[in-house]
Design a protein around this ligand. Structure first.
Ligand code: PMP
Length: 291
């Protein structure tokens, strides 16, 4: 397997960066998780736009043009002969000294592209649905760190994930400082209630996920379901007709219980199943071709 590292494709064993890199020392960097399906990269431009926005927000100057990053992603997939893959794109601040000061980073930001396969949750959970719990670790307040900066700083989500795992489930619902539902550790959350699809808005502290956008479009345009980006409480989750999570790695996964409360009859909802089907079609038929 070859990794793209600062303009070169190198063997996995040789893909190394400095221990002085501020991405390692301080989580000072950004990333994207992208997927390729059936020889096409899904919403590559949207992912790169978000990467560039994250970079802008933390004042990292990505040392290549967006068009060249697109080419680098495609070249990495081609080199590894991958048509279906998960792509991890990381940009770090670069190498500095042991202090925080980003001005001391004297190397250009490092660009890393890793292509591989991951399945976030066991296959059978996509059929049966997943149990989740609410955890005590709150989502970082957006006036401290905007959720839209996809930074290398995921400790908050990792702590939430650890709580979930400790309780025997695979995913955690994270609340914001006010106690409203925001999202899960690596996915956005949706609810269906009385024929309306709800998801917390960005203003509650959720990342505006690219899968979330795709699902909103599919619900509105294909299934003709009204969608509301509205504040969601944990009570709304318990009493919903359907619940599911979305993310690049997770895709769409039904949720069938929250904090031991069965959601509706405890099986994946009809609309969820329809959206999974529509999303499969969309990902296989659209996207930037790998050629
Ligand atoms: N929320 C968080 C915290 C995430 O890490 C992710 C994964 N990137 C998502 C939501 C889903 O976003 P997307 O659909 O763009 O992958």
């Amino acid at each position: 397997m070859k990794i793209y590292l600062d303009g070169k494709l190198v063997e996995k064993e040789d893909a190394k960066i400095s221990v002085f890199d501020h991405g390692l020392l301080y989580g000072d960097g950004i990333f994207e998780g992208i997927r390729a399906y059936n020889g096409r990269v899904f919403r590559l431009k949207e992912h790169l736009d978000r990467l560039w926005s994250s970079a802008k927000a933390i004042n990292i100057k990505i040392p290549i043009q967006q068009k060249d990053m697109e080419k680098a992603v495609i070249k990495t997939l081609l080199t590894n002969k991958l048509c279906d893959a998960y792509i991890r794109l990381v940009v770090t601040r670069g190498s500095g000294d042991l202090g925080l000061d980003p001005r001391k980073c004297i190397t250009p930001p490092s660009i890393i592209i890793i292509t591989d396969n991951i399945s976030l949750y066991p296959e059978e959970l996509y059929e049966k649905g997943m149990d989740v719990i609410t955890v005590s670790t709150r989502r970082i307040k957006q006036d401290s760190l905007s959720p839209n900066i996809k930074s290398l700083n995921y400790l908050n989500n990792i702590l939430a994930k650890m709580e979930a795992i400790r309780s025997g489930v695979m995913e955690a619902i994270m609340l914001n400082a006010e106690g409203y539902v925001v999202e899960c550790t690596g996915d956005n959350i949706f609810l269906m209630k009385n024929g309306v699809l709800y998801t917390p808005p960005g203003s509650e502290g959720a990342l505006i996920g690219i899968t979330r956008d795709a699902v909103i479009e599919l619900a509105k345009n294909k299934l003709k379901i009204p969608v509301r980006e509205e504040r969601v409480s944990i009570y709304n989750v318990y009493t919903s007709d359907e619940c599911f999570l979305t993310g690049t790695a997770a895709e769409i996964i039904p949720v069938v219980s929250a904090d031991s409360r069965e959601i509706a009859d405890g099986s994946p909802g009809k609309t969820t199943v329809k959206l999974i089907k529509e999303f499969k079609n969309l990902t296989r038929l659209t996207g930037t071709p790998i050629k």
